[in-house]
Design a protein around this ligand. Structure first.
Ligand code: SF4
Length: 226
């Protein structure tokens, strides 16, 4: 029986599930150096006005050698303060969601956002802000080279695929990437974990239950890719 298959265990995981990000070995030092350089470049970036209000630029967490990349919308208050993506309540739920299918977000995934600086009042980043920040994301995708990309929420779907709205309809549907560094990659939109925090039901057919189905599908895809 896969992790958390019983409905009552949906997204419940052992407390000691989070592993530290692995230290790059000799073979991936060059990648680590390039990602460090990317973080330095992002830190100096003021291409859009979001840079004016940030406390810290938020580039990534997790394992750059992972086959899975998780892309969210943008930093919230806790992310802005810590410099790490998905570390607030939504991030904790994301970790539980992934762990429920045997994926440790720090060991088995590379986690980032469409925009690297916090939008004021947690508003959605504008299309222009997402477009201006896009080269940083494309550089991350090129360096990490994920086989599978999880798009957390409608804004991530819009920012990466250019598809607006309809997350309820489009979640759980695989898309094959084309162009803009997405060629050959599998992408899946899912509900954003902050939406799931507002919709906590675990009943069959609920957003949480549907997300669990989606994540099991992601697990299967990763296993197929080997
Ligand atoms: S959001 Fe992106 S483009 Fe805008 S200032 Fe921050 S890093 Fe630069």
């Amino acid at each position: 029986m896969p992790h958390g298959e019983q409905q009552g265990e949906l997204f419940r995981v052992p407390a000691a599930s989070t592993a530290p990000a692995p230290v790059p070995d000799g073979g991936s030092l060059e990648l680590a150096d390039q990602l460090d350089a990317l973080a330095v470049d992002c830190d100096a970036c003021h291409r859009c006005n979001l840079g004016l209000g940030r406390t810290r630029v938020v580039v990534s967490r997790g394992n750059p050698a992972a086959r899975l990349m998780v892309i969210g919308e943008g930093p919230g208050a806790q992310e802005d303060a810590s410099g790490l993506p998905f570390v607030g309540r939504a991030g904790q739920l994301l970790d539980q969601m992934l762990e429920s299918v045997g994926i440790d977000s720090n060991r088995d995934a590379y986690v980032c956002n469409v925009v690297k600086c916090r939008p004021p009042d947690n508003r959605k980043p504008t299309a222009e802000e997402m477009a201006v920040c896009r080269p940083w994301l494309e550089r991350q995708i090129a360096l990490v080279n994920p086989g599978v990309i999880l798009l957390a929420g409608a804004t991530a779907m819009e920012g990466v695929l250019g598809v607006k709205g309809g997350i309820t309809k489009l979640r759980g549907q695989w898309r094959q990437g084309s162009g803009d560094g997405l060629e050959g990659r599998w992408l899946m939109p899912i509900f954003h974990p902050s939406y799931l925090l507002r919709n906590p039901s675990r009943e069959r057919g609920s957003p949480k239950w549907l997300t669990w189905q989606d994540l099991q599908d992601v697990r299967r895809r990763l296993d197929q890719l080997g």
